[in-house]
Design a binder for this molecule. Sequence first.
Ligand code: ATP
Ligand code: MG
Length: 137
Amino acid sequence: VERTLSIIKPDATKRNLTGKIVAKFEDAGLRVVASKRIHLSPAQAGAFYAEHSARGFYGELCEFMASEPVVVQVLEGESAIAKNREVMGATNPANAEAGTIRKEFALSMGENSVHGSDSEASAAREISFFFSGLELV
Ligand code: ATP
Ligand code: MG
């Protein structure tokens, strides 16, 4: 089995959509094996998204991610990384498939409700960014 890092973003926590989003993961066969609600500082959001630091939307993205609490979770399952991204849908909700989280809940390209790791390497980095070994069972 594989693990991936999921974030329920500020636009979704603010609208009380955490349970509805987690239900989509569970319905797809993913299991929540670690979970916490945190409020990132802009600097912490910036460190998490460092790979995007040269992009025009970086400042806006970091500010948004620090605007309200987020729920960070480790999801486990067969092909968890790909399965999670399938359930999330396309980055831009206008292009997302019916039934995906972003199609149903995202507000815009920026306020798109969820994050999911995009590779084994980023899953490993992102899980250890938020969770210590003691929190992972
Ligand atoms: P995520 O990494 O959040 O799972 P993703 O892999 O689909 O999403 P990335 O290209 O990694 O998308 O971009 C990271 C995040 O930056 C997006 O989820 C979105 O919130 C934001 N973002 C990406 N492109 C834009 C844009 N053109 N304008 C505003 N925000 C953007
Ligand atoms: Mg990404």
